[in-house]
Write a protein that binds this ligand. Sequence first.
Ligand SMILES: Cc1cc2nc3c(=O)[nH]c(=O)nc-3n(C[C@H](O)[C@H](O)[C@H](O)COP(=O)(O)OP(=O)(O)OC[C@H]3O[C@@H](n4cnc5c(N)ncnc54)[C@H](O)[C@@H]3O)c2cc1C
Length: 451
Amino acid sequence: MTSSAHLNPSLQSFGTGLSGTVIRRGDAGYDQARRVWNGMIDRSPAAIFRCSSTADVVAAVNFAREEGLALAVRGGGHNAAGLALVDDGLVIDLSGMRGVRVDADKRVAYVQGGTLWRDLDAATHAHGLATTGGLISSTGVGGLTLGGGLGWLMRQHGLACDNVLAVEIVTADGQVRRASATENPDLFWAVRGGGGNFGVVTSFEFRLHPMRTLYAGMLVFPGPQAPQVLRRYREVAESAPDELTVFAAMMTSPDGQPIIAIFPAYNGPVNKAEAAVKPFRDLGPVADQVQEMPYPALQSMLDDGFPSGLHVYWRSDFLKGLPHEALDTLVDRFQAITSPLSALLIEQFGGAVARVSADETAFAQRDAMFNLAIVSRWMEPANPSIHTDWARQTSAAIRPFASGGVYVNYLGEEGADRVKAAYGPKYEKLVAVKKKYDPKNLFRVNQNIQP
Ligand SMILES: Cc1cc2nc3c(=O)[nH]c(=O)nc-3n(C[C@H](O)[C@H](O)[C@H](O)COP(=O)(O)OP(=O)(O)OC[C@H]3O[C@@H](n4cnc5c(N)ncnc54)[C@H](O)[C@@H]3O)c2cc1C
């Protein structure tokens, strides 16, 4: 279906009197508006409503519920499984709601639901403040935070969701609610890890921390050195202070050579940072770009490596640890990549993430020390299966070392068991909160908690 003639008749008039813009199938700009970060996603909503206020969001939620339309919510559009879009339904597009206000005295940021990390980081940096956010500046604050939110500051300050003080949320009944430790605390618990299941978050309040620069960047080693570098990575990561977060990636250099890159980020005095990075420097990197840098520079350092529009299939698994056998498996699997754009990324957890009590939030994976992201990417739309197979086979090969948990924000369409694995022991309580706030499952285009 490509024309607006097939639209639900009520959709033709939806938007009248509202401040946002409705882009219907067939309108100019429709194809641009339905594009998301993953170029493999080709969904065709009946209409996309670019909201500009909470009142717009309320109107759209009420309209979708009353008309029985499938509803999706778009924050930054980065979800690799395309959860920002739904075929033939209505998309609440929050990209026009990106306002950020910082109260520097209180160290709190008030952040609209469609804000991108680059908006938030720029606004807080102006006051010498920051909070934990994603590694790529064009990712949405909304989706990332609601699923947990890992980033360079998490081992010191917790996940993005651990820094949320309150949200304003439009629930399935069209009510605008506040959720915080003292208002609707069950909802507040659920939105910190339970994804977009409970409504549309129109604004977040984030706790901020003093922050200007970090000692961070990239050290590059030739691919054949991977076994040695990965062993050093494990040693450093396992004994790292909270100030140090370090990720490792096996990938292909722009000139086509396999490489292993180490990404340390140290938030503290430079002399201590240099000591923390020395074990890697001692291995003789062929490139060393680790230096003191402003936080927003770190937050956009990897942007060029993650452009939108490539075809992407993403798998991930939390790992119990990194024994030799696991590292050797990763080296073998990287040698089998089917595209030079594909990568294996190890993300270090622990620190403040693990110290938040198990009952505090709905985020379920606090015990994991490492997360493995298997990122399969390619340019050609033809024959995606060789690339998706590589990712699946890599996930299967690493399974003996996996914790059984998976990060909800990295989950694709992997079936109900994997969704339950993502919410882990929190699932039953999440179902109870879902039944209370969204009993008919209006918000189901997500890693769904079925009421
Ligand atoms: C290049 C790239 C880098 C990434 N880096 C990180 C990282 O560093 N750390 C990390 O933790 N994750 C990271 N991710 C994963 C990321 O957290 C998820 O893809 C997340 O879903 C993106 O949020 P979004 O708002 O951009 O996505 P969208 O695709 O817009 O939305 C994703 C889901 O969140 C829901 N949602 C979004 N906003 C709202 C809202 N305001 N209210 C209610 N529901 C909402 C949507 O309905 C949808 O179900 C990355 C992803 C990509 C593609």
